[in-house]
Design a protein around this ligand. Structure first.
Ligand code: MN
Length: 227
């Protein structure tokens, strides 16, 4: 094997609840996976094929701080279930999909909504609004052996103690096995891939100094300070 000609980029990891590290390969994020959120963003809540965008593995950040990013004045919180895969493949059957999950966590899909809105208007890609540095605050991944496969339970987010987002995992339009199966028809999934599973309604702006508290019943709470 040839030697690397530049410094080898690090494999990015996120912590697990049992003290380990989960190496991240790819980050898939689903859009509009709760009907009430689709409506608040001005879209039809009826079930149409899912769509996904990506963040970069090293956008995920377990530091508990979210630095307010540049070139925006409208950064929104989106609380989401995080799904971490231990294996993958192509054309994964629905009935087999959950066998590929290592565990679950609480995450935030932080979004430069003003930039995303401009990109939508022009029909351009969303990365500038979605895939910026530290745009994915995460809590630890909890193994399936501890939390099972949560498909119901409250998902909520407060800012400075005020309730902003609230829903139930059972309101997800596309369930975890469906997302895995669908993605595997278009991409080759593999160990280290994670899915951010969509946000309930109530997305809104944060400001430096705010404290976000994201929680999912049966998984836990992620506290992130905007700095
Ligand atoms: Mn999202």
């Amino acid at each position: 094997m040839s030697e690397h000609v530049i410094e080898t980029p690090k494999v990015h990891t996120i912590p697990t609840s049992d003290g380990g590290a989960f190496p991240v390969r790819r980050v898939y994020c689903i859009g509009r996976n709760f009907a009430a959120h689709a409506v608040e963003m001005g879209h039809d809540p009826n079930r149409e094929p899912p769509f996904f965008f990506q963040k970069n593995p090293n956008n995920l950040d377990a530091s508990g701080e979210f630095p307010y990013p540049p070139h925006t004045s409208d950064v929104h919180h989106e609380v989401e279930l995080l799904v971490g895969l231990k294996s993958g493949g192509t054309n994964i059957a629905l009935s087999d999909a959950l066998n590929h999950v290592w565990g679950y966590g609480v995450s935030l899909d932080m979004t430069r909504r003003d930039l995303q809105g401009e990109m939508k208007k022009m029909g351009r890609p969303w990365e500038i609004g979605k895939a910026f540095e530290r745009s994915g605050p995460v809590g630890p991944l909890h193994p399936v052996s501890d939390v099972g496969h949560p498909d119901q339970g409250r998902i909520a987010l407060t800012v400075n103690g005020d309730l902003r987002q609230e829903g139930d995992l059972n309101q997800m339009i596309w369930k975890v096995p469906e997302m895995i199966s669908y993605l595997s028809e278009y991409f080759e999934l593999a160990a280290g891939d994670v899915i951010m599973a969509g946000t309930p309604s109530g997305v809104n702006a944060v400001e430096p100094g705010d404290t976000m508290e994201a929680s999912i019943d049966s998984i836990g709470t992620l506290t992130v300070k905007v700095v």
